[in-house]
Write a new protein. Structure first.
Length: 399
């Protein structure tokens, strides 16, 4: 049976709320009236929809939803009808369930923002904040278009960064696979042969043979250490101290740190610019932007700016003191504040740094390719050579 959330008022005017399992809303209303309560609202509680880590509701689904929603609202269709049409034509079954639940909530009298907020794993704080501003200002169609544009550009940056990481990840995995095969299956054969011949092994060969023996004998210890290390890092990263330390280190990594910094600047300026231009207050906009920054160091710098603004200062000073944002960014933000065109300036900065992210991705890929090739050659080639050193030494000693 469905669960209904209800809100009712007593004869004195006190508001009470709760949940009740019933077959129909009329049963809930009858129950409340028997308790001598004045019914304010009765809404069916939507079933919890779990979004898998695989991301079955993709950013692309949200982008298409936003664009089509904006077009329908601009055409004059009622909100409920728009949601009904979008629910019918959405191919993703999980997303269709979410849209239908949102439509049911809107039909029950809730605002669109309140209905979307029930699905934080689908609609982010940024999304619901902009929808709330659009509803308040009567410009929901324009807000949805801005949202779709923002989501597309933000998703493009993320895909570029992930794409840059694919090549080194594949090469590193291949190298570890080759090394493991050699150490487990090939090296023991050579070691047995050398042992039968009672040969004096040179230092490189001895190191590789001992490494092979350790891997074969204590593979479970290595696997446990790797798994334990991953679990430890994940748990440590969930702490405030660990998150700050790891994110600080990531910003200092050569080449990669520069890419992370530029992508963080692009995301910060794009998000804040879109929020401010949509009518969201700068204090609320900074709070939302901090949560979507993706880096704790950047998050803290943005929240310091929010605190400074709440205290009557400008946004520029704390951003400068954080040392995260390049001087050009803080100077342009300062100009935007003084001229009253902060949202426009932020969008211009975002456009510039999105191009910089493209360049940084190309630079990272170009730098990693030779490094990974040399790494693979040294590891695999070094092991092969070390195994042939005793054989070559034996050949040179033969009369």
């Amino acid at each position: 049976m469905p669960v209904f959330s209800w809100k009712a008022r007593t004869a004195r005017g006190d508001i009470h709320s709760g949940e009740l399992t019933a077959a129909t809303p009329q049963e809930v209303i009858g129950f409340l009236r028997r308790k001598r309560l004045i019914v304010v609202s009765v809404n069916e509680k939507p079933k919890e929809i779990k979004i898998s880590l695989g991301g079955r509701i993709k950013t692309r689904d949200i982008v298409i939803f936003s664009r089509q929603f904006a077009t329908m609202i601009d055409s004059g269709l009622p909100l409920v009808q728009c949601l009904s049409i979008l629910g019918e034509q959405t191919e993703n079954p999980k997303f269709r369930s979410v849209i239908n639940s949102v439509r049911a909530d809107v039909e029950a009298g809730n605002t669109l923002c309140e209905s979307l907020e029930k699905y934080p794993k689908v609609f982010t704080r940024l999304f619901t904040s902009m929808v709330s501003a659009g509803e308040a200002g009567g410009i929901l169609d324009k807000i949805m278009l801005r949202l779709s544009d923002y989501l597309e550009k933000n998703d493009a940056i993320i895909r570029k960064i992930k794409g840059a990481m694919i090549y080194p990840a594949v090469v590193f995995t291949a190298a570890m696979g080759c090394v493991s095969v050699l150490l487990i299956f090939v090296i023991p054969i050579f070691a047995k042969m050398f042992e039968d011949m009672n040969m004096q092994l040179p230092l490189p060969t001895l190191v590789v043979v001992n490494l092979s023996d350790f891997l074969v004998g204590y593979w479970w210890l290595i696997a446990g250490a790797v798994v334990g290390g991953i679990i430890f890092l994940k748990r440590y990263y969930k702490t405030d101290k660990g998150e700050l330390m790891i994110d600080s280190i990531m910003l200092k990594v050569p080449v990669l740190g520069n890419l992370i910094r530029k992508s963080a600047v692009a995301r910060f300026t794009r998000t804040l610019g879109v929020l401010i231009s949509s009518g969201v207050s700068i204090l609320h906009g900074l709070e939302v932007t901090a949560r979507t920054s993706g880096n704790r160091v950047v998050h803290d710098a943005i929240m310091d700016s929010r605190t400074a603004i709440a205290g009557g200062e400008t946004i520029t000073k704390p951003l400068m003191e954080a040392g995260v944002f390049p001087p050009m960014v803080t100077q342009m933000i300062n100009v935007g504040e003084q001229t009253g065109g902060l949202d426009t300036m932020l969008v211009k900065i975002a456009d510039f740094y999105e191009d910089e992210v493209d360049t940084a991705v190309e630079s990272l890929t170009a730098a990693l390719e030779p490094v990974m090739i040399v790494f693979l050659g040294i590891i695999v080639g070094g092991m092969v050579v070390s195994m042939y050193l005793p054989i070559l030494d034996l050949i040179t000693r033969m009369p």
